[in-house]
Design a protein around this ligand. Structure first.
Ligand code: GUN
Length: 303
């Protein structure tokens, strides 16, 4: 086997955010519109705090207005809904992201459904879910991790994925289902596999493109991978790493990387693969949202 291509998500994400910065600068010069992204964090979940900080920092780097609302964990559902309503009506805010998970006393569905679909840069609102399902990606805002996953597959295989056999492992609403819809939109033959799939290794062996999004460390084995296949690993799992010292941990994907790298034609590492793409695609969605709210057409798709 030739050496596989290791798809560097940090490099691809940086090229995306460079392009978004350039486009944002042009939008401001030509139309006087500065994209605004509002991020709402309720509570003090440490992982969420890190994500929210990176989102704000990247928005500023892209030349956007970055607005952050940090609310105490005991904030009532009513107050969160009121804030979302205000952001919906604020013309300087083009994108609204409510960081998940929310505290248990707040109904996530209720909050996400209140966000105006045209400001829903996470792509979680039922209107955007429906538009994606109907293949109307020119009108939808598409979830960031799935969009980033497909963009990485294109970096490996070229822009035309037509006719490829794609197997998506995992059927979650936030990754599995939307990534399958996007691959279908790219004219792939798509199989969604999950915990009840019979002969999962056999199903995966038919795949030219494997997207793993099951949330189980090292779940996909090397001998499931067809020689030369493109492997996109969406998993981020923290596991004990006693070899690094007592109590230490490390991040691994849903794919057994050491095995799969021996067979894949191209593969994303964890960390440094799909992870960095999520924030990059959030910036892309915010710019798209700002253009549409200004009555402007979408620009050429990123690739
Ligand atoms: N929590 C973890 N990932 C995400 C994400 O992509 N969007 C939101 N809103 N919350 C998250």
């Amino acid at each position: 086997m030739a050496e596989p291509m290791i798809i560097d998500g940090k490099v691809v994400a940086a090229s995306v955010t460079d392009e978004i910065s350039a486009r944002a600068q042009r939008l401001e010069q030509e139309a006087g519109v500065k994209p605004g992204l509002a991020v709402v964090l309720v509570g003090e979940d440490p992982a969420s705090q890190v994500y929210v900080k990176s989102k704000g920092r990247m928005a500023e780097k892209c030349g956007f207005n970055s607005i952050q609302h940090t609310l105490p964990v005991e904030t009532s559902e009513e107050d969160v809904l009121r804030l979302v309503g205000e952001l919906n009506n604020d013309s300087a805010v083009h994108g609204i992201l409510v960081q998940l998970p929310l505290p248990k006393h707040i109904d996530e569905g209720k909050v996400l459904q209140l966000i105006k679909p045209e400001k829903d840069v996470d792509g979680f609102h039922p209107v955007n879910v429906g538009l994606l399902g109907a293949g109307q990606t020119d009108r939808a805002l598409v979830p960031c991790t799935p969009a980033g996953s497909v963009l990485l597959a294109k970096r490996a295989l070229g822009a035309d994925l037509s006719g490829k056999n794609a197997v998506v492992i995992g059927r979650s609403n936030i990754v599995g289902k939307p990534v399958a819809q996007l691959l279908l939109q790219e004219n792939c033959t798509v199989t969604i596999a999950h915990s009840r799939t019979v002969d999962l290794p056999g199903v995966v062996r038919g795949a030219d493109i494997v997207v793993a999004a099951v949330g189980r460390p090292n779940f996909v084995k090397g001998d499931w991978i067809k020689e030369g296949a493109t492997v996109i690993d969406v998993g981020i799992n923290r596991i004990p790493a006693p070899e690094k010292g007592e109590g230490k941990t490390r991040l691994v994907g849903d794919v057994d990387y050491a095995e799969a790298v021996e067979r894949a034609g191209a593969i994303t590492p964890v960390p440094g693969g799909v992870g960095p793409m999520t924030i990059a695609m959030l910036m892309a969605n915010t710019l798209t949202a700002a253009r549409r709210q200004a009555g402007l057409k979408d620009e050429a798709p990123l690739f």
